[in-house]
Design a protein around this ligand. Structure first.
Ligand SMILES: [Fe+2]
Length: 272
């Protein structure tokens, strides 16, 4: 069967090979730590605000650029002094990109972040009116991640999903912080308010299902209340950050730009 997603005015259709399931009459967020509780954007589930001081953002971008250049080279590729994150797709073919994707899949420890992560923790705590940090006590997930989505490469991103279908990602707040190529054609789509949907109102892919031949770690949304999910693409650019609850349906960040790779930081924060 086919699965479609509406993203602003665009409809994207993927072929599903596998089963569809839905959960019970429960709202997961109602049972968990709700980091939206002390914000005035809890209904929508997201906010877009300025991220870091310009000099700190410049350090982050330069540091991550260097990190990715090093990974391309360690995977057997070559970079030159024109390399930037936005031009990433000009330096990798599909095979090399797969190697890079594998190398960055588990993220990096926050000790490798280009600036002191406490600066980011403090910014997030201020925005949530709650003390948070990247370190979920007793877990190995004190990490940050980079998402790389090449232009017009439709397997570089996850289809729409809820992170919290993976237990280890519950109780958190997530960020989308673009470092390159993020605009109306490429930003991470979201379904505002969907954090309050009951599990029974969302149909998702069962274990082992494939969409367009790819099996994803997290289940993918198939429909919402029996209808095609209608997502929006927020408008944000470099050194802005979108905080969004991982209980909200998000994903499907296909990059429809002609010639710019979209890269974005993904970092999760838990209550201290
Ligand atoms: Fe996600």
């Amino acid at each position: 069967m086919n699965v479609s997603y509406q993203i602003d005015d665009e409809v994207i259709t993927l072929e599903l090979d596998g089963d569809v399931v839905s959960g019970g009459n429960e709202v997961l967020l109602a049972k968990d730590i709700d980091l939206l509780a002390k914000t005035d954007w809890k209904e929508s589930g997201y906010t877009i605000v300025p991220f870091l001081k310009d000099e700190d953002f410049a350090k982050v971008k330069a540091g991550i650029t260097k990190l990715i250049a090093g990974i391309i080279e360690s995977c057997g590729g070559k970079v030159d002094d024109k390399f930037t994150l936005a031009r990433y797709h000009l330096y990798v073919d599909d095979a090399l990109h797969l190697e890079v994707a594998k190398a960055i899949k588990d993220g990096w420890l926050v000790s490798e972040f280009p600036i002191d992560m406490q600066i980011v923790n403090d910014r997030m705590s201020e925005l949530l009116n709650e003390k948070v940090c990247t370190d979920l006590k007793g877990s190995k997930y004190d990490s940050f991640f980079l998402r790389i989505v090449r232009p017009k490469r439709y397997t570089d991103n996850n289809p729409p999903h809820r992170d919290v279908w993976l237990d280890r990602l519950r109780h958190a707040m997530n960020i989308y912080a673009p470092l390159s190529g993020s605009n109306k054609n490429s930003a991470l789509p979201i379904l505002p308010g969907s954090q309050y949907l009951m599990e029974s109102e969302i149909q998702r892919t069962a274990d082992g299902a494939q969409l367009n031949g790819t099996q994803y770690t997290v289940p993918c949304v198939v429909s919402v209340k029996g209808e095609i999910p209608k997502m929006i693409r927020p408008s944000l650019t470099e050194n802005e950050v979108m905080l969004f609850t991982p209980y909200m349906v998000h994903g499907g960040g296909y990059n429809l730009n002609e010639d710019e790779t979209r890269t974005s930081l993904e970092v999760r924060f838990w209550k201290v």
